[in-house]
Design a binder for this molecule. Structure first.
Ligand code: FES
Length: 106
């Protein structure tokens, strides 16, 4: 697992980016945490910089939306899903268990 940081450092409605093997974005949606690959599958944009609405994040570059629960894009221009990752909170500290492949995340 990789260390994300203190739960207090991820405010409601915000996201943080973690530099793991590939960058990972962790979102706080109404107190529920979601982790996905940070880089959009369309081009090189950081989804942590995107807009969160409900359980979806809109890419800041071309506005593809990804479901934070499944990683699936809702429509073009992104066609491929991002990986989702398990988030573990232990005593106020947030960790992410990185998923190996997109298939394993589905
Ligand atoms: S880079 Fe995300 S939709 Fe184009």
């Amino acid at each position: 697992m990789i260390l994300v940081g203190s739960l207090d450092d991820i405010p409601l409605g915000e996201a943080v980016r973690v530099d793991a093997e590939v960058p990972i974005a962790v979102f706080n949606v109404d107190g529920e945490l979601f982790a996905i690959d940070d880089t959009c599958t369309h081009q090189d944009a950081s989804l942590a910089d995107g807009w969160v609405e409900g359980c979806a994040v809109e890419c800041p570059l071309h506005a593809a939306c990804f479901d934070l629960r499944t990683g699936m894009p809702s429509g073009p221009p992104a066609k491929l899903p991002v990986r989702t990752h398990e988030v573990v909170v232990d005593d106020g500290v947030v960790y992410v268990r990185v998923t190996e492949s997109v298939e394993a995340a589905a």
